[in-house]
Ligand binder design. Structure first.
Ligand SMILES: *[C@@H]1O[C@H](CO)[C@@H](O)[C@H](O)[C@H]1NC(C)=O
Ligand SMILES: *[C@@H]1O[C@H](CO)[C@@H](O)[C@H](O)[C@H]1NC(C)=O
Ligand SMILES: *[C@@H]1O[C@H](CO)[C@@H](O)[C@H](O)[C@H]1NC(C)=O
Ligand SMILES: *[C@@H]1O[C@H](CO)[C@@H](O)[C@H](O)[C@H]1NC(C)=O
Ligand SMILES: *[C@@H]1O[C@H](CO)[C@@H](O)[C@H](O)[C@H]1NC(C)=O
Ligand SMILES: *[C@@H]1O[C@H](CO)[C@@H](O)[C@H](O)[C@H]1NC(C)=O
Ligand SMILES: *[C@@H]1O[C@H](CO)[C@@H](O)[C@H](O)[C@H]1NC(C)=O
Length: 410
């Protein structure tokens, strides 16, 4: 890690008057954090405010940056009992979250929501027709996927609900007792939503119609017992420099990284996947016992995967950095580990300019911000860390659940 990338990160912090982050905690709170730099070059991350909101189990935050709205998914409920919720909060000009009923909404959802994605639908050829926005939720315990049209109002009803059942015997009956969609994310064209289903060993694929209605394609069957958790594409957006698209999936049960070639059809019907390779994103195979892959992000040409409970930098866990073989992939090779600066890094997010990574450590319940060298991709220097809420225990649904970057503001 060279001093240049730390200075670049500091420049990023100071060029906006304030850099805000939001973290959700399974104890029913959303925290607003502030990252600042002082004139002598030291940086600090502090707790700005705490809001009790988003139901009993806030699990996942999502920013609609253009509309200055924060969405929060609540994981409450199981397939047999109870429901989750979805909340929205208008973000004021100083980054604080509005609580008043006119600027926040909360609706009941299917149970067990663990992740969301915002997607747009509309007529690309008709600029006068404003695109509609929607939000899709992956319901892990609820074995479902649901969608809502945005903006959320107190009267919002789900636009669509897909419920899933197992159709074949599973490899791991204790974890794969039912379908468990673990994430929802867009492909680089923004025309498809993918959802890794940990319980069913499937990658579910949906097309987005011009009215925002999702249509389910044939799901892609992964290696039995993989337990696909989260995924990301390379390249992240459509680019003339790349004629191939690759999907990378971290598998929670097999603790591997799967690489899939993505193929589009000329008529935009359904995309198809084919397996390229399955590797271990870690210096040893298998991972240390009780260590689990968690989140994957692919900014530029670097692949980052968080590793829960490996104690790679005891008492802290790790983030693994991989690089694309020959610079463009599709295969990825392990490169290096760096500290997550806490335990059980469930979640992490890149700052909009890529110069920093905010790591959400679930068990130690702290957010750590590290500098990222945008040229080499190397992570390292700790720019700030703050504990929010009470600590959790590895393997439990407690502690910090997600962290995201907010809008820059004055
Ligand atoms: C830099 O400034 C901050 C706050 O102004 C202070 O807390 C810190 O001790 C200073 N660090 C150094 C190395 O002078
Ligand atoms: C931020 O703005 C909100 C609403 O405008 C206000 O209530 C709050 O006091 C402000 N907070 C700070 C720290 O300035
Ligand atoms: C609440 O959860 C049940 C399943 O447990 C589901 O049938 C129902 O539709 C959910 N309610 C809403 C508003 O999503
Ligand atoms: C992508 O395909 C186009 C058209 O076939 C070609 O002109 C271009 O060189 C290709 N780009 C790469 C990076 O291979
Ligand atoms: C898949 O990855 C392994 C390393 O884990 C490597 O030995 C093998 O050659 C790769 N397969 C392909 C087709 O590249
Ligand atoms: C690997 O990461 C560590 C920080 O964890 C850093 O000090 C070291 O230089 C890195 N090595 C390489 C080869 O990138
Ligand atoms: C572990 O992370 C904390 C920040 O949460 C940091 O202060 C400490 O130095 C780290 N320890 C190691 C060995 O990396």
């Amino acid at each position: 890690m060279n001093i240049k990338s730390v200075l670049f990160a500091i420049h990023t912090i100071t060029s906006a008057a304030a850099t805000t982050l939001y973290a959700s905690h399974y104890d029913g709170h959303i925290f607003t954090l502030s990252l600042s730099a002082s004139q002598n070059g030291s940086t600090s991350l502090t707790l700005a405010s705490t809001l009790q909101a988003c139901g009993e189990m806030p699990s996942w935050l999502m920013l609609d940056a253009a509309e200055h709205v924060l969405y929060c998914v609540d994981e409450s409920g199981t397939k047999s009992y109870g429901n989750g919720s979805l909340s929205s909060f208008a973000i004021s000009s100083n980054g604080s979250l509005a609580e008043s009923s006119s600027s926040s909404s909360k609706v009941t959802t299917m149970p067990g929501g663990v992740a969301s994605v915002i997607y747009q639908a509309g007529d690309n050829n008709n600029n006068n027709k404003k695109k509609k926005k929607f939000l899709a939720i992956a319901h892990y315990a609820g074995a479902a996927l649901s969608t809502f049209q945005l903006p959320l109002t107190p009267d919002s009803q789900p636009n669509q609900v897909f419920t899933f059942t197992l159709t074949e015997p599973v490899a791991d009956p204790s974890r794969q007792d039912t379908s468990h969609p673990h994430e929802v994310f867009l492909d680089p064209t923004g025309k498809y939503i993918l959802s890794p289903d940990l319980g069913a060993d499937l990658i579910r694929v949906f097309t987005i119609a011009s009215d925002g209605i999702l249509q389910e394609c044939d799901p892609f069957k992964v290696t039995a017992g993989n337990g696909p958790r989260h995924g990301a594409f390379y390249p992240a957006s459509v680019s003339n420099d790349h004629n191939t698209t690759t999907l990378y999936i971290v598998n929670e049960l097999s603790n591997t990284l799967s690489t899939y070639a993505v193929e589009y059809t000329d008529d935009d019907s359904c995309l198809s996947l084919s397996t390229l390779n399955e590797t271990t994103p870690y210096p040893t195979t298998p991972l240390p016992s009780n260590a689990y892959v968690s989140e994957i992000r692919i900014p530029d040409n670097d692949i980052y995967i968080s590793i829960r409970s490996d104690q790679g930098f005891a008492p802290n866990d790790s983030l693994a950095t991989l690089e694309l073989v020959d610079g463009t992939g599709p295969l990825a090779a392990f490169k290096n580990l760096s500290s997550s600066y806490g335990t059980v890094p469930r979640t992490f997010a890149l700052s909009p300019d890529g110069s920093m990574v905010a790591i959400g450590n679930q068990a130690s319940s702290n957010v750590a911000v590290v500098a990222r060298d945008v040229e080499t991709g190397q992570l390292g220097e700790l720019l700030g860390s703050v504990q929010v809420g009470s600590e959790g225990q590895p393997g439990q649904s407690n502690g910090l659940s997600s962290v995201i970057w907010g809008n820059d503001h004055d």
